[in-house]
Design a protein around this ligand. Structure first.
Ligand SMILES: CCCCCCCCCCCCCCCCCCCCCCCCCCCC(=O)SCCNC(=O)CCNC(=O)[C@H](O)C(C)(C)COP(=O)(O)OP(=O)(O)OC[C@H]1O[C@@H](n2cnc3c(N)ncnc32)[C@H](O)[C@@H]1OP(=O)(O)O
Ligand code: NDP
Length: 515
Protein backbone atom coordinates (compact mmCIF):
# COMPACT_ATOMS: atom_id res chain seq x y z
CA UNK A 1 0.00 0.00 0.00
CA UNK A 2 1.32 3.43 -0.87
CA UNK A 3 2.16 5.49 2.21
CA UNK A 4 1.33 8.72 0.44
CA UNK A 5 -2.04 7.46 -0.79
CA UNK A 6 -2.84 6.26 2.73
CA UNK A 7 -1.86 9.65 4.14
CA UNK A 8 -4.50 11.45 2.04
CA UNK A 9 -7.27 8.98 3.00
CA UNK A 10 -9.82 10.63 5.29
CA UNK A 11 -8.34 14.09 4.67
CA UNK A 12 -10.13 17.32 3.76
CA UNK A 13 -8.12 19.03 1.06
CA UNK A 14 -8.45 22.54 -0.29
CA UNK A 15 -7.29 23.17 -3.87
CA UNK A 16 -7.23 26.55 -5.59
CA UNK A 17 -6.93 26.61 -9.36
CA UNK A 18 -8.58 23.17 -9.56
CA UNK A 19 -10.24 24.11 -12.85
CA UNK A 20 -6.83 24.81 -14.39
CA UNK A 21 -4.41 22.54 -16.23
CA UNK A 22 -2.39 21.42 -13.22
CA UNK A 23 -5.27 21.60 -10.74
CA UNK A 24 -7.37 19.10 -12.70
CA UNK A 25 -4.54 16.57 -12.95
CA UNK A 26 -3.75 16.98 -9.25
CA UNK A 27 -7.38 16.42 -8.28
CA UNK A 28 -7.72 13.44 -10.60
CA UNK A 29 -4.66 11.77 -9.11
CA UNK A 30 -5.87 12.37 -5.56
CA UNK A 31 -9.25 10.78 -6.24
CA UNK A 32 -7.72 7.87 -8.12
CA UNK A 33 -5.07 7.00 -5.56
CA UNK A 34 -6.92 7.98 -2.36
CA UNK A 35 -10.60 7.34 -3.08
CA UNK A 36 -11.18 7.33 0.69
CA UNK A 37 -10.26 10.96 1.10
CA UNK A 38 -12.99 12.86 2.93
CA UNK A 39 -13.56 15.85 0.67
CA UNK A 40 -11.82 18.10 -1.81
CA UNK A 41 -12.84 21.73 -1.50
CA UNK A 42 -12.20 23.70 -4.66
CA UNK A 43 -12.37 27.47 -4.96
CA UNK A 44 -14.19 28.23 -8.20
CA UNK A 45 -15.66 31.22 -9.94
CA UNK A 46 -18.48 31.07 -12.47
CA UNK A 47 -17.05 31.42 -15.98
CA UNK A 48 -18.18 31.59 -19.60
CA UNK A 49 -21.86 31.47 -18.62
CA UNK A 50 -21.38 28.33 -16.53
CA UNK A 51 -22.31 28.02 -12.87
CA UNK A 52 -19.94 26.43 -10.37
CA UNK A 53 -21.86 23.17 -10.51
CA UNK A 54 -21.82 23.09 -14.29
CA UNK A 55 -18.07 23.61 -14.29
CA UNK A 56 -17.53 20.78 -11.81
CA UNK A 57 -19.89 18.53 -13.75
CA UNK A 58 -17.96 19.22 -16.94
CA UNK A 59 -14.63 18.38 -15.31
CA UNK A 60 -15.87 15.17 -13.70
CA UNK A 61 -17.44 14.04 -16.96
CA UNK A 62 -14.36 14.71 -19.03
CA UNK A 63 -12.08 12.03 -20.46
CA UNK A 64 -9.45 12.92 -17.85
CA UNK A 65 -11.70 11.64 -15.06
CA UNK A 66 -12.84 8.41 -16.75
CA UNK A 67 -10.65 6.17 -14.59
CA UNK A 68 -11.65 7.97 -11.40
CA UNK A 69 -15.25 6.89 -11.77
CA UNK A 70 -14.21 3.22 -11.56
CA UNK A 71 -12.28 3.58 -8.31
CA UNK A 72 -14.36 6.34 -6.73
CA UNK A 73 -17.95 6.07 -7.99
CA UNK A 74 -19.18 8.69 -5.51
CA UNK A 75 -16.63 11.27 -6.65
CA UNK A 76 -19.46 13.83 -7.13
CA UNK A 77 -20.19 13.72 -3.43
CA UNK A 78 -16.56 14.18 -2.45
CA UNK A 79 -16.02 17.39 -4.30
CA UNK A 80 -17.34 20.61 -2.85
CA UNK A 81 -17.17 23.69 -5.06
CA UNK A 82 -16.93 26.91 -3.10
CA UNK A 83 -17.64 30.22 -4.75
CA UNK A 84 -14.53 32.39 -4.71
CA UNK A 85 -13.00 35.12 -6.78
CA UNK A 86 -9.32 35.68 -6.22
CA UNK A 87 -9.64 39.04 -7.92
CA UNK A 88 -11.39 40.37 -4.85
CA UNK A 89 -9.55 41.29 -1.73
CA UNK A 90 -11.43 38.98 0.62
CA UNK A 91 -11.52 36.27 -2.11
CA UNK A 92 -15.32 36.72 -2.04
CA UNK A 93 -15.86 33.55 0.00
CA UNK A 94 -19.10 33.58 1.99
CA UNK A 95 -18.97 33.58 5.80
CA UNK A 96 -20.45 30.08 6.06
CA UNK A 97 -18.09 28.63 3.48
CA UNK A 98 -15.13 30.31 5.11
CA UNK A 99 -16.11 28.88 8.47
CA UNK A 100 -16.31 25.39 7.01
CA UNK A 101 -12.94 25.77 5.29
CA UNK A 102 -11.27 27.09 8.44
CA UNK A 103 -12.53 24.31 10.66
CA UNK A 104 -12.16 21.35 8.29
CA UNK A 105 -9.14 21.81 6.02
CA UNK A 106 -6.16 19.50 6.59
CA UNK A 107 -4.04 20.34 3.54
CA UNK A 108 -3.98 23.27 1.10
CA UNK A 109 -2.65 23.15 -2.48
CA UNK A 110 -2.51 26.67 -3.87
CA UNK A 111 -2.33 26.38 -7.68
CA UNK A 112 -4.46 29.35 -8.80
CA UNK A 113 -2.64 32.11 -10.61
CA UNK A 114 -2.71 34.23 -13.69
CA UNK A 115 -0.16 32.68 -16.03
CA UNK A 116 -0.50 35.36 -18.74
CA UNK A 117 2.84 36.91 -19.45
CA UNK A 118 1.42 40.29 -20.44
CA UNK A 119 -1.12 40.74 -17.66
CA UNK A 120 -1.45 44.24 -16.27
CA UNK A 121 0.68 44.51 -13.15
CA UNK A 122 -2.35 45.42 -11.00
CA UNK A 123 -4.16 42.21 -11.97
CA UNK A 124 -1.05 40.02 -11.75
CA UNK A 125 -0.29 41.39 -8.26
CA UNK A 126 -3.88 40.80 -7.17
CA UNK A 127 -3.89 37.17 -8.33
CA UNK A 128 -0.34 36.06 -7.69
CA UNK A 129 0.49 38.09 -4.60
CA UNK A 130 -2.52 39.53 -2.75
CA UNK A 131 -4.67 36.40 -3.18
CA UNK A 132 -1.74 34.29 -1.92
CA UNK A 133 -1.46 36.56 1.09
CA UNK A 134 -5.22 36.27 1.76
CA UNK A 135 -5.11 32.53 1.47
CA UNK A 136 -2.16 32.32 3.86
CA UNK A 137 -4.09 34.47 6.30
CA UNK A 138 -6.97 32.00 6.12
CA UNK A 139 -4.53 29.10 6.46
CA UNK A 140 -3.13 30.59 9.66
CA UNK A 141 -6.64 30.31 11.13
CA UNK A 142 -7.06 26.63 10.25
CA UNK A 143 -6.50 24.64 13.45
CA UNK A 144 -6.23 21.28 11.68
CA UNK A 145 -3.91 22.42 8.89
CA UNK A 146 -1.00 20.04 8.38
CA UNK A 147 0.62 21.55 5.29
CA UNK A 148 0.26 24.41 2.83
CA UNK A 149 1.77 23.74 -0.59
CA UNK A 150 2.31 26.75 -2.81
CA UNK A 151 2.82 26.27 -6.54
CA UNK A 152 5.24 28.78 -7.96
CA UNK A 153 7.35 28.57 -11.12
CA UNK A 154 10.97 27.65 -11.78
CA UNK A 155 11.11 30.91 -13.75
CA UNK A 156 10.27 33.20 -10.83
CA UNK A 157 13.99 33.99 -10.74
CA UNK A 158 14.65 33.68 -14.48
CA UNK A 159 16.85 36.78 -14.23
CA UNK A 160 19.44 34.43 -12.68
CA UNK A 161 21.27 31.67 -14.50
CA UNK A 162 21.77 29.33 -11.59
CA UNK A 163 18.83 29.03 -9.25
CA UNK A 164 19.06 27.45 -5.81
CA UNK A 165 16.23 26.13 -3.69
CA UNK A 166 15.94 29.41 -1.85
CA UNK A 167 13.70 32.45 -2.01
CA UNK A 168 15.47 35.39 -3.61
CA UNK A 169 14.26 38.78 -2.41
CA UNK A 170 12.91 41.38 -4.84
CA UNK A 171 14.10 44.96 -4.27
CA UNK A 172 10.65 46.29 -3.31
CA UNK A 173 8.76 44.53 -0.50
CA UNK A 174 5.53 42.79 -1.66
CA UNK A 175 3.53 44.63 0.99
CA UNK A 176 4.61 47.96 -0.50
CA UNK A 177 3.66 46.77 -3.98
CA UNK A 178 0.27 45.57 -2.79
CA UNK A 179 -0.38 48.90 -1.06
CA UNK A 180 0.71 50.96 -4.03
CA UNK A 181 -1.61 49.05 -6.37
CA UNK A 182 -4.50 50.37 -4.31
CA UNK A 183 -3.88 54.04 -4.97
CA UNK A 184 -1.80 54.27 -8.17
CA UNK A 185 -3.77 54.70 -11.38
CA UNK A 186 -3.23 52.44 -14.41
CA UNK A 187 -1.16 54.99 -16.35
CA UNK A 188 1.38 55.35 -13.54
CA UNK A 189 1.47 51.58 -13.00
CA UNK A 190 2.22 51.17 -16.72
CA UNK A 191 5.05 53.64 -16.39
CA UNK A 192 6.70 52.01 -13.37
CA UNK A 193 6.16 48.39 -14.48
CA UNK A 194 9.42 48.09 -16.49
CA UNK A 195 11.37 49.51 -13.54
CA UNK A 196 9.74 47.13 -11.08
CA UNK A 197 10.11 43.98 -13.12
CA UNK A 198 13.74 44.94 -13.83
CA UNK A 199 15.58 42.20 -15.70
CA UNK A 200 12.66 39.79 -15.64
CA UNK A 201 10.81 39.46 -18.97
CA UNK A 202 7.23 39.91 -17.80
CA UNK A 203 4.79 40.67 -14.98
CA UNK A 204 4.07 36.94 -14.53
CA UNK A 205 7.56 35.91 -13.42
CA UNK A 206 7.88 39.07 -11.31
CA UNK A 207 4.62 38.58 -9.42
CA UNK A 208 5.34 34.86 -8.89
CA UNK A 209 8.62 35.93 -7.23
CA UNK A 210 6.71 38.40 -5.05
CA UNK A 211 4.25 35.60 -4.21
CA UNK A 212 7.15 33.49 -2.92
CA UNK A 213 8.31 36.35 -0.72
CA UNK A 214 4.83 36.59 0.77
CA UNK A 215 4.92 32.85 1.48
CA UNK A 216 8.27 33.22 3.19
CA UNK A 217 7.02 36.07 5.36
CA UNK A 218 4.10 33.97 6.58
CA UNK A 219 6.08 30.76 6.98
CA UNK A 220 6.96 31.18 10.65
CA UNK A 221 3.56 30.05 11.90
CA UNK A 222 2.69 27.67 9.07
CA UNK A 223 4.04 24.42 7.72
CA UNK A 224 4.74 25.46 4.12
CA UNK A 225 6.55 24.15 1.04
CA UNK A 226 6.96 25.60 -2.42
CA UNK A 227 6.96 23.61 -5.67
CA UNK A 228 8.56 25.30 -8.69
CA UNK A 229 7.73 23.55 -11.99
CA UNK A 230 9.41 24.60 -15.24
CA UNK A 231 7.41 24.53 -18.50
CA UNK A 232 4.44 22.28 -17.82
CA UNK A 233 3.49 20.04 -20.73
CA UNK A 234 1.01 17.25 -21.55
CA UNK A 235 0.75 14.15 -19.36
CA UNK A 236 3.56 11.63 -19.64
CA UNK A 237 1.84 8.53 -18.23
CA UNK A 238 -1.23 9.25 -16.13
CA UNK A 239 -4.10 8.88 -16.35
CA UNK A 240 -3.07 8.37 -19.99
CA UNK A 241 -0.29 9.86 -22.13
CA UNK A 242 -0.66 13.09 -24.07
CA UNK A 243 -3.54 14.76 -22.23
CA UNK A 244 -3.51 18.54 -22.51
CA UNK A 245 -6.28 21.11 -22.39
CA UNK A 246 -4.82 24.56 -22.98
CA UNK A 247 -2.58 26.48 -25.35
CA UNK A 248 0.00 27.59 -22.83
CA UNK A 249 3.68 26.80 -23.13
CA UNK A 250 4.52 24.57 -26.10
CA UNK A 251 0.96 23.43 -26.94
CA UNK A 252 -0.05 26.58 -28.85
CA UNK A 253 3.19 26.54 -30.82
CA UNK A 254 2.76 22.88 -31.69
CA UNK A 255 -0.62 23.73 -33.22
CA UNK A 256 0.78 26.75 -35.04
CA UNK A 257 3.65 24.68 -36.48
CA UNK A 258 1.47 21.64 -37.28
CA UNK A 259 -1.07 23.75 -39.13
CA UNK A 260 1.75 25.34 -41.12
CA UNK A 261 1.37 28.89 -39.76
CA UNK A 262 4.63 28.94 -37.82
CA UNK A 263 7.64 28.45 -40.10
CA UNK A 264 10.50 30.01 -38.15
CA UNK A 265 11.05 30.94 -34.57
CA UNK A 266 13.88 32.75 -32.82
CA UNK A 267 15.34 30.06 -30.62
CA UNK A 268 18.67 28.53 -29.69
CA UNK A 269 18.72 24.86 -30.74
CA UNK A 270 21.34 24.11 -28.07
CA UNK A 271 19.39 25.72 -25.21
CA UNK A 272 17.75 23.30 -22.78
CA UNK A 273 14.02 22.79 -23.34
CA UNK A 274 13.03 22.38 -19.72
CA UNK A 275 9.64 20.79 -20.17
CA UNK A 276 8.03 18.85 -17.35
CA UNK A 277 4.93 16.67 -17.79
CA UNK A 278 1.91 17.82 -15.81
CA UNK A 279 1.42 14.40 -14.14
CA UNK A 280 5.02 14.55 -12.90
CA UNK A 281 4.27 17.93 -11.31
CA UNK A 282 1.11 16.53 -9.69
CA UNK A 283 3.00 13.51 -8.32
CA UNK A 284 5.79 15.63 -6.87
CA UNK A 285 3.27 18.05 -5.36
CA UNK A 286 1.39 15.24 -3.62
CA UNK A 287 4.64 13.75 -2.35
CA UNK A 288 5.67 17.20 -1.05
CA UNK A 289 2.28 17.52 0.71
CA UNK A 290 2.83 14.22 2.46
CA UNK A 291 6.47 14.89 3.38
CA UNK A 292 5.77 18.41 4.67
CA UNK A 293 2.84 17.27 6.83
CA UNK A 294 4.58 14.22 8.26
CA UNK A 295 8.11 15.57 8.77
CA UNK A 296 7.31 19.23 9.45
CA UNK A 297 10.69 20.54 8.19
CA UNK A 298 12.05 23.45 10.24
CA UNK A 299 12.25 25.79 7.25
CA UNK A 300 10.21 26.24 4.09
CA UNK A 301 11.57 23.73 1.58
CA UNK A 302 11.54 24.57 -2.11
CA UNK A 303 11.33 21.81 -4.70
CA UNK A 304 12.38 22.37 -8.29
CA UNK A 305 10.27 20.28 -10.59
CA UNK A 306 12.45 20.45 -13.69
CA UNK A 307 13.85 18.03 -16.25
CA UNK A 308 17.11 19.65 -17.44
CA UNK A 309 19.15 18.44 -14.50
CA UNK A 310 18.03 14.82 -14.80
CA UNK A 311 17.28 14.20 -18.46
CA UNK A 312 18.01 17.23 -20.64
CA UNK A 313 16.39 17.76 -24.00
CA UNK A 314 17.29 20.68 -26.26
CA UNK A 315 15.04 22.93 -28.33
CA UNK A 316 16.70 21.85 -31.60
CA UNK A 317 16.16 18.18 -30.86
CA UNK A 318 12.65 18.77 -29.55
CA UNK A 319 11.70 20.84 -32.61
CA UNK A 320 13.02 18.06 -34.82
CA UNK A 321 10.98 15.47 -32.90
CA UNK A 322 7.84 17.61 -33.16
CA UNK A 323 8.28 17.90 -36.93
CA UNK A 324 8.89 14.15 -37.21
CA UNK A 325 5.69 13.51 -35.25
CA UNK A 326 3.71 15.63 -37.75
CA UNK A 327 4.70 13.13 -40.47
CA UNK A 328 2.87 10.37 -38.63
CA UNK A 329 0.17 12.50 -37.05
CA UNK A 330 -0.69 15.33 -39.42
CA UNK A 331 -3.25 17.94 -38.41
CA UNK A 332 -6.30 18.50 -40.59
CA UNK A 333 -6.81 21.43 -42.99
CA UNK A 334 -3.26 22.75 -42.66
CA UNK A 335 -2.59 26.20 -44.10
CA UNK A 336 0.84 25.13 -45.35
CA UNK A 337 2.97 22.00 -45.03
CA UNK A 338 4.46 21.86 -41.52
CA UNK A 339 8.05 22.93 -41.64
CA UNK A 340 9.77 25.16 -39.12
CA UNK A 341 13.28 26.11 -38.21
CA UNK A 342 15.03 27.99 -35.46
CA UNK A 343 16.62 31.29 -36.36
CA UNK A 344 19.29 32.72 -34.13
CA UNK A 345 19.31 36.43 -34.73
CA UNK A 346 16.86 39.29 -34.99
CA UNK A 347 17.56 40.15 -38.63
CA UNK A 348 16.98 36.62 -39.95
CA UNK A 349 13.90 36.39 -37.73
CA UNK A 350 12.52 39.57 -39.28
CA UNK A 351 13.33 38.29 -42.75
CA UNK A 352 11.49 34.99 -42.15
CA UNK A 353 8.61 36.81 -40.49
CA UNK A 354 8.19 38.89 -43.63
CA UNK A 355 8.75 36.10 -46.17
CA UNK A 356 7.32 33.04 -44.45
CA UNK A 357 4.68 34.50 -42.16
CA UNK A 358 3.35 37.87 -43.31
CA UNK A 359 3.62 37.45 -47.11
CA UNK A 360 1.65 34.14 -47.31
CA UNK A 361 -0.96 35.63 -44.97
CA UNK A 362 -1.36 38.68 -47.19
CA UNK A 363 -1.58 36.51 -50.33
CA UNK A 364 -4.17 34.27 -48.70
CA UNK A 365 -6.22 37.25 -47.53
CA UNK A 366 -6.08 38.62 -51.07
CA UNK A 367 -7.43 35.28 -52.31
CA UNK A 368 -10.19 35.38 -49.67
CA UNK A 369 -11.15 38.88 -50.76
CA UNK A 370 -11.21 37.80 -54.43
CA UNK A 371 -13.55 34.94 -53.59
CA UNK A 372 -15.86 37.25 -51.64
CA UNK A 373 -14.82 36.10 -48.19
CA UNK A 374 -13.65 38.02 -45.15
CA UNK A 375 -9.86 38.24 -44.82
CA UNK A 376 -8.58 36.89 -41.48
CA UNK A 377 -5.12 35.43 -41.94
CA UNK A 378 -3.10 38.62 -41.43
CA UNK A 379 -4.83 39.28 -38.11
CA UNK A 380 -4.26 35.69 -36.98
CA UNK A 381 -0.61 35.84 -38.05
CA UNK A 382 -0.02 39.09 -36.15
CA UNK A 383 -1.45 37.50 -33.03
CA UNK A 384 0.72 34.43 -33.45
CA UNK A 385 3.85 36.53 -33.94
CA UNK A 386 3.01 38.50 -30.78
CA UNK A 387 2.64 35.25 -28.81
CA UNK A 388 5.87 33.89 -30.24
CA UNK A 389 7.74 37.07 -29.36
CA UNK A 390 6.68 36.61 -25.73
CA UNK A 391 7.89 33.03 -25.59
CA UNK A 392 11.22 33.76 -27.29
CA UNK A 393 12.90 34.79 -24.05
CA UNK A 394 12.52 31.21 -22.81
CA UNK A 395 13.70 29.65 -26.07
CA UNK A 396 17.02 31.43 -26.08
CA UNK A 397 18.36 30.77 -22.61
CA UNK A 398 19.27 27.83 -20.41
CA UNK A 399 18.97 27.72 -16.66
CA UNK A 400 20.39 25.44 -14.00
CA UNK A 401 18.15 24.60 -11.10
CA UNK A 402 19.57 22.79 -8.10
CA UNK A 403 17.46 19.82 -7.14
CA UNK A 404 18.79 18.62 -3.76
CA UNK A 405 15.37 18.76 -2.10
CA UNK A 406 13.67 16.95 -4.97
CA UNK A 407 16.34 14.24 -4.90
CA UNK A 408 16.13 14.02 -1.11
CA UNK A 409 12.35 13.55 -1.38
CA UNK A 410 12.79 10.87 -4.01
CA UNK A 411 15.08 8.95 -1.68
CA UNK A 412 12.57 9.28 1.20
CA UNK A 413 9.84 7.55 -0.80
CA UNK A 414 9.21 3.82 -0.43
CA UNK A 415 9.62 1.78 -3.67
CA UNK A 416 5.82 1.59 -3.87
CA UNK A 417 5.49 5.39 -3.57
CA UNK A 418 8.25 5.89 -6.11
CA UNK A 419 6.13 3.87 -8.50
CA UNK A 420 2.72 5.33 -7.70
CA UNK A 421 3.90 8.95 -7.34
CA UNK A 422 6.65 8.80 -9.92
CA UNK A 423 8.46 12.08 -10.51
CA UNK A 424 11.74 10.63 -11.73
CA UNK A 425 12.06 12.12 -15.20
CA UNK A 426 15.25 10.16 -15.88
CA UNK A 427 12.86 7.44 -17.07
CA UNK A 428 11.22 9.75 -19.61
CA UNK A 429 11.78 8.93 -23.29
CA UNK A 430 11.52 12.32 -25.03
CA UNK A 431 10.80 10.92 -28.49
CA UNK A 432 7.87 8.90 -27.19
CA UNK A 433 6.69 11.78 -25.01
CA UNK A 434 6.72 14.30 -27.88
CA UNK A 435 4.87 11.91 -30.16
CA UNK A 436 2.17 11.42 -27.53
CA UNK A 437 2.11 15.17 -26.93
CA UNK A 438 1.43 15.88 -30.62
CA UNK A 439 -1.21 13.16 -30.64
CA UNK A 440 -2.77 14.67 -27.50
CA UNK A 441 -2.83 18.13 -29.04
CA UNK A 442 -4.60 16.68 -32.08
CA UNK A 443 -7.15 14.74 -30.05
CA UNK A 444 -7.86 16.88 -27.01
CA UNK A 445 -7.18 20.43 -28.20
CA UNK A 446 -8.03 20.28 -31.89
CA UNK A 447 -10.68 17.57 -31.33
CA UNK A 448 -9.53 15.82 -34.52
CA UNK A 449 -10.17 12.14 -35.07
CA UNK A 450 -7.41 9.72 -36.14
CA UNK A 451 -9.79 8.51 -38.86
CA UNK A 452 -9.08 11.79 -40.64
CA UNK A 453 -5.33 11.12 -40.96
CA UNK A 454 -5.38 9.74 -44.56
CA UNK A 455 -7.36 12.81 -45.69
CA UNK A 456 -4.97 15.12 -43.83
CA UNK A 457 -2.02 13.41 -45.56
CA UNK A 458 -3.71 13.87 -48.92
CA UNK A 459 -4.28 17.53 -48.16
CA UNK A 460 -0.57 17.91 -47.33
CA UNK A 461 0.36 16.28 -50.65
CA UNK A 462 -1.88 18.76 -52.44
CA UNK A 463 -0.21 21.62 -50.57
CA UNK A 464 3.19 20.24 -51.59
CA UNK A 465 2.13 20.23 -55.27
CA UNK A 466 0.76 23.77 -54.98
CA UNK A 467 4.05 24.77 -53.38
CA UNK A 468 6.10 23.31 -56.27
CA UNK A 469 3.77 24.83 -58.84
CA UNK A 470 3.91 28.22 -57.17
CA UNK A 471 7.72 28.14 -56.97
CA UNK A 472 8.06 27.06 -60.60
CA UNK A 473 5.70 29.80 -61.76
CA UNK A 474 7.58 32.35 -59.67
CA UNK A 475 10.89 31.20 -61.13
CA UNK A 476 9.63 31.37 -64.71
CA UNK A 477 8.17 34.85 -64.24
CA UNK A 478 11.40 36.09 -62.65
CA UNK A 479 13.44 34.50 -65.43
CA UNK A 480 11.22 35.93 -68.14
CA UNK A 481 11.61 39.42 -66.67
CA UNK A 482 15.36 38.96 -66.41
CA UNK A 483 15.68 37.79 -70.02
CA UNK A 484 13.74 40.79 -71.23
CA UNK A 485 16.15 43.13 -69.45
CA UNK A 486 19.61 41.56 -69.59
CA UNK A 487 21.73 40.43 -72.56
CA UNK A 488 23.80 38.25 -70.22
CA UNK A 489 20.66 36.40 -69.02
CA UNK A 490 19.63 35.89 -72.64
CA UNK A 491 23.05 34.42 -73.45
CA UNK A 492 22.86 32.05 -70.50
CA UNK A 493 19.36 31.06 -71.52
CA UNK A 494 20.38 30.29 -75.14
CA UNK A 495 23.40 28.37 -73.88
CA UNK A 496 21.18 26.17 -71.67
CA UNK A 497 18.58 25.62 -74.42
CA UNK A 498 21.35 24.79 -76.90
CA UNK A 499 22.99 22.40 -74.45
CA UNK A 500 19.70 20.60 -73.76
CA UNK A 501 18.96 20.33 -77.45
CA UNK A 502 22.41 18.84 -78.18
CA UNK A 503 22.12 16.44 -75.30
CA UNK A 504 18.70 15.24 -76.48
CA UNK A 505 19.93 14.88 -80.08
CA UNK A 506 22.92 12.84 -78.88
CA UNK A 507 20.69 10.68 -76.69
CA UNK A 508 18.25 10.08 -79.58
CA UNK A 509 21.11 9.27 -82.01
CA UNK A 510 22.76 6.80 -79.62
CA UNK A 511 19.46 5.00 -78.88
CA UNK A 512 18.78 4.70 -82.70
CA UNK A 513 22.28 3.20 -83.19
CA UNK A 514 21.59 0.50 -80.54
CA UNK A 515 18.45 -0.59 -82.41
C1 LIG B 1 17.86 21.35 -35.96
C2 LIG B 1 16.50 20.88 -36.07
C3 LIG B 1 15.60 21.72 -36.81
C4 LIG B 1 14.21 21.58 -36.46
C5 LIG B 1 13.65 22.87 -36.05
C6 LIG B 1 12.26 22.83 -35.81
C7 LIG B 1 11.69 24.09 -35.25
C8 LIG B 1 10.51 23.82 -34.70
C9 LIG B 1 9.39 24.49 -34.22
C10 LIG B 1 8.40 23.42 -33.97
C11 LIG B 1 7.28 23.78 -33.16
C12 LIG B 1 7.26 23.88 -31.76
C13 LIG B 1 8.05 23.00 -30.99
C14 LIG B 1 7.94 23.13 -29.61
C15 LIG B 1 8.49 24.38 -29.18
C16 LIG B 1 7.73 24.91 -28.09
C17 LIG B 1 8.19 26.17 -27.58
C18 LIG B 1 7.53 26.53 -26.34
C19 LIG B 1 7.99 27.71 -25.70
C20 LIG B 1 7.50 27.74 -24.38
C21 LIG B 1 7.99 28.73 -23.56
C22 LIG B 1 7.14 28.84 -22.34
C23 LIG B 1 7.86 29.38 -21.28
C24 LIG B 1 7.10 29.32 -20.05
C25 LIG B 1 7.89 29.76 -18.96
C26 LIG B 1 7.10 29.98 -17.74
C27 LIG B 1 6.25 28.85 -17.42
C28 LIG B 1 5.22 29.27 -16.50
O1 LIG B 1 5.47 29.33 -15.36
S1 LIG B 1 3.65 29.88 -16.98
C29 LIG B 1 2.80 29.03 -18.02
C30 LIG B 1 2.98 29.45 -19.35
N1 LIG B 1 2.12 30.56 -19.66
C31 LIG B 1 1.87 30.77 -20.89
O2 LIG B 1 2.33 30.05 -21.74
C32 LIG B 1 0.94 31.92 -21.16
C33 LIG B 1 1.21 32.46 -22.48
N2 LIG B 1 0.06 33.19 -22.98
C34 LIG B 1 -0.11 34.50 -22.79
O3 LIG B 1 0.59 35.12 -22.04
C35 LIG B 1 -1.20 35.15 -23.61
O4 LIG B 1 -2.16 34.24 -23.99
C36 LIG B 1 -0.61 35.84 -24.85
C37 LIG B 1 0.10 37.11 -24.39
C38 LIG B 1 0.38 34.94 -25.55
C39 LIG B 1 -1.68 36.21 -25.86
O5 LIG B 1 -2.54 37.14 -25.29
P1 LIG B 1 -3.74 37.86 -26.14
O6 LIG B 1 -4.53 38.71 -25.22
O7 LIG B 1 -3.22 38.42 -27.38
O8 LIG B 1 -4.60 36.71 -26.53
P2 LIG B 1 -5.44 35.61 -25.79
O9 LIG B 1 -6.85 36.09 -25.63
O10 LIG B 1 -4.79 35.10 -24.58
O11 LIG B 1 -5.38 34.54 -26.93
C40 LIG B 1 -5.48 34.93 -28.30
C41 LIG B 1 -5.44 33.75 -29.17
O12 LIG B 1 -4.15 33.11 -29.05
C42 LIG B 1 -4.31 31.82 -28.52
N3 LIG B 1 -3.20 31.58 -27.61
C43 LIG B 1 -3.12 31.87 -26.31
N4 LIG B 1 -1.96 31.46 -25.80
C44 LIG B 1 -1.29 30.90 -26.79
C45 LIG B 1 -0.03 30.27 -26.89
N5 LIG B 1 0.78 30.12 -25.85
N6 LIG B 1 0.36 29.81 -28.09
C46 LIG B 1 -0.46 29.94 -29.16
N7 LIG B 1 -1.65 30.50 -29.13
C47 LIG B 1 -2.07 30.97 -27.97
C48 LIG B 1 -5.64 31.87 -27.82
O13 LIG B 1 -6.25 30.63 -27.73
C49 LIG B 1 -6.45 32.76 -28.71
O14 LIG B 1 -6.90 32.08 -29.86
P3 LIG B 1 -8.33 32.40 -30.47
O15 LIG B 1 -9.30 32.09 -29.38
O16 LIG B 1 -8.42 31.46 -31.63
O17 LIG B 1 -8.32 33.83 -30.86
N1 NDP C 1 1.47 25.95 -17.06
C1 NDP C 1 2.75 26.11 -16.86
O1 NDP C 1 3.57 25.97 -17.78
C2 NDP C 1 3.26 26.43 -15.51
C3 NDP C 1 2.45 26.71 -14.45
N2 NDP C 1 2.99 27.00 -13.22
C4 NDP C 1 2.15 27.32 -12.08
O2 NDP C 1 1.23 26.26 -11.87
C5 NDP C 1 0.01 26.77 -11.37
C6 NDP C 1 -1.12 26.26 -12.20
O3 NDP C 1 -0.94 26.69 -13.54
P1 NDP C 1 -1.87 26.16 -14.70
O4 NDP C 1 -2.75 25.10 -14.20
O5 NDP C 1 -1.01 25.91 -15.86
O6 NDP C 1 -2.72 27.48 -15.01
P2 NDP C 1 -4.19 27.62 -15.58
O7 NDP C 1 -4.26 28.96 -16.21
O8 NDP C 1 -4.56 26.44 -16.37
O9 NDP C 1 -5.09 27.61 -14.27
C7 NDP C 1 -5.19 28.71 -13.44
C8 NDP C 1 -6.21 28.42 -12.38
O10 NDP C 1 -6.34 29.58 -11.54
C9 NDP C 1 -7.70 29.93 -11.47
N3 NDP C 1 -7.96 31.36 -11.34
C10 NDP C 1 -7.43 32.34 -12.08
N4 NDP C 1 -7.98 33.50 -11.73
C11 NDP C 1 -8.87 33.24 -10.75
C12 NDP C 1 -9.76 34.04 -9.98
N5 NDP C 1 -9.82 35.35 -10.14
N6 NDP C 1 -10.53 33.44 -9.06
C13 NDP C 1 -10.49 32.11 -8.89
N7 NDP C 1 -9.67 31.30 -9.58
C14 NDP C 1 -8.87 31.86 -10.50
C15 NDP C 1 -8.27 29.49 -12.81
O11 NDP C 1 -9.67 29.43 -12.71
P3 NDP C 1 -10.61 29.60 -14.00
O12 NDP C 1 -10.72 28.23 -14.57
O13 NDP C 1 -11.88 30.10 -13.43
O14 NDP C 1 -9.94 30.57 -14.91
C16 NDP C 1 -7.60 28.15 -12.95
O15 NDP C 1 -8.25 27.18 -12.20
C17 NDP C 1 0.16 28.28 -11.37
O16 NDP C 1 0.46 28.70 -10.07
C18 NDP C 1 1.31 28.55 -12.30
O17 NDP C 1 1.99 29.72 -11.94
C19 NDP C 1 4.33 26.97 -13.02
C20 NDP C 1 5.17 26.68 -14.03
C21 NDP C 1 4.71 26.42 -15.37
Amino acid sequence: MSTIAAFYSGKSILITGATGFLGKVLMEKLFRTSPDLKVIYILVRPKAGQTLQQRVFQILNSKLFEKVKDVCPNVHEKIRAIYADLNQNDLAISKEDKQELLSCTDIVFHCAATVRFDDHLRHAVQLNVTATQQLLLMASQMPKLEAFIHISTAFSNCNLKHIDEVIYPCPVEPKKIIDSMEWLDDAIIDEITPKLIGDRPNTYTYTKALGEMVVQQESSNLNIAIVRPSIVGATWQEPFPGWVDNLNGPSGLIIAAGKGFLRAIRGTPKAVADLIPVDTVANLTLAVGWYTAVNRPKSTLIYHCTSGNFNPCYWGKMGFQVLAAFEKIPFERAFRRPYADFTTNTITTQYWNAVSHRAPAIIYDFYLRLTGRKPRMTKLMNRLLRTVSMLEYFLNRSWEWSTYNTEMLMSELSPEDQRVFNFDVRQLNWLEYIENYVLGVKKYLLKEDMAGVPKAKQHLKRLRNIHYLFNTALFLIAWRLLIARSQMARNVWFFIVNFCYKFLSYFRASSTLKV
